[in-house]
Design a protein around this ligand. Structure first.
Ligand SMILES: NC(=O)C1=CN([C@@H]2O[C@H](COP(=O)(O)OP(=O)(O)OC[C@H]3O[C@@H](n4cnc5c(N)ncnc54)[C@H](OP(=O)(O)O)[C@@H]3O)[C@@H](O)[C@H]2O)C=CC1
Ligand SMILES: Nc1nc(O)c(N)c(N[C@@H]2O[C@H](COP(=O)(O)O)[C@@H](O)[C@H]2O)n1
Length: 262
């Protein structure tokens, strides 16, 4: 089993290019229904991807140094962010570094990502390749509560404090610099809707190029109805133009790759 050719061609070649250490590559990715929903009522998790496109998402994870989600996705989904669907005997395949955008440190210390990391550490496992478990890094504000930081550190997290934007969020504009300072050449941003929306609406980088380099969307043939939209109601203040790159049918789903129009 090998990575889908279209991902190698249109994403991996870009995320592993030598220049990306100075200019980290940012991929936005999500799975949505035909009515543009990414979760059900109240944010309940919905399985949108079929087996083929879910496997594609795990391959995509292997192609990035880091994977990022917003804290509300941790609270709602308690995700693992691992790569258990790719071949487990290939030592060159590595899971990405988990990052959580969490300005005020709302992440529960009981999160599965943390307990899996601690269990792994306690077992002193020498697991490498796809079975490697990485320590979650939580990106928060400079003034985030010290007691919460301590509790999360005790639960296994590394706390990374950064300057927040005046809206209280971690700014997509300065985020490439945060990545570079952490030594990460690429990140795959998996959601949720508020994080996706703020990166889609971000002004260009200092060099005039879009903050987001690639968009990879799985479209599932179903309606959700009431639920969480890709872009929250009222948050669309001018979505960017997209340039079509590729569409691949994977089982029942269509997987679309785009770039942002300059
Ligand atoms: N189908 C799919 O592919 C996916 C679906 N989901 C779904 O998305 C839902 C969660 O989405 P949502 O509620 O929007 O929450 P998010 O996961 O987007 O988290 C939002 C929170 O992240 C923090 N944050 C820090 N910086 C930023 C920033 N620049 N932009 C936005 N947020 C920032 C804020 O925390 P604070 O408020 O503490 O300041 C904010 O409230 C869940 O229901 C989940 O199931 C999630 C991922 C993928
Ligand atoms: N690609 C994709 N398809 C779906 O149907 C989904 N519900 C999601 N959700 C995202 O995947 C995360 C869960 O990851 P693990 O399975 O725990 O590794 C979840 O938090 C969403 O970001 N994605």
């Amino acid at each position: 089993m090998s990575a889908p050719a279209f991902l190698v061609e249109h994403v991996a070649k870009r995320t592993t290019a030598p220049s990306t250490s100075e200019r980290p590559h940012i991929t936005l990715t999500w799975a949505q229904s035909l009515d543009m929903k990414i979760a059900g009522p109240g944010g309940a998790r919905v399985t949108l991807s079929g087996p083929e496109s879910m496997l594609m998402t795990h391959w995509l994870r292997t192609m990035h140094d880091a994977i990022l989600i917003g804290v509300q996705t941790v609270i709602m989904d308690d995700p693992r962010l691992k790569i258990q669907q790719v071949p487990q005997d290939d030592p060159t395949l590595l899971p990405p570094q988990p990052l959580v955008l969490d300005p005020k440190l709302r992440m529960p210390p009981t999160a599965r990502m943390l307990s899996e990391w601690m269990n792994n550490k306690a077992g002193n496992t020498t697991a490498a390749g796809p079975q490697l478990v990485r320590q979650p890094w939580i990106i928060c504000g400079q003034d985030a509560d010290d007691a919460k930081a301590k509790a999360l550190e005790e639960a296994g997290a590394r706390i990374v404090r950064v300057e927040l934007h005046e809206n209280g969020y971690i700014s997509p504009t300065t985020f490439p610099t945060v990545l570079r300072d952490l030594g990460l050449r690429s990140v795959m941003i998996e959601g949720g809707s508020r994080v996706l929306s703020s990166f889609l609406h971000a002004p260009n980088r200092a060099d005039g190029t879009p903050v987001v380099d690639s968009v990879v969307v799985t479209v599932a043939p179903m309606f959700i109805g009431e639920g969480i939209s890709v872009v929250p109601p009222g948050a669309d203040v001018g979505l960017p133009g997209l340039t079509f790159v590729h569409t691949e049918t994977m089982g029942k789903d269509a997987v679309m790759v785009c770039t942002l129009a300059a």
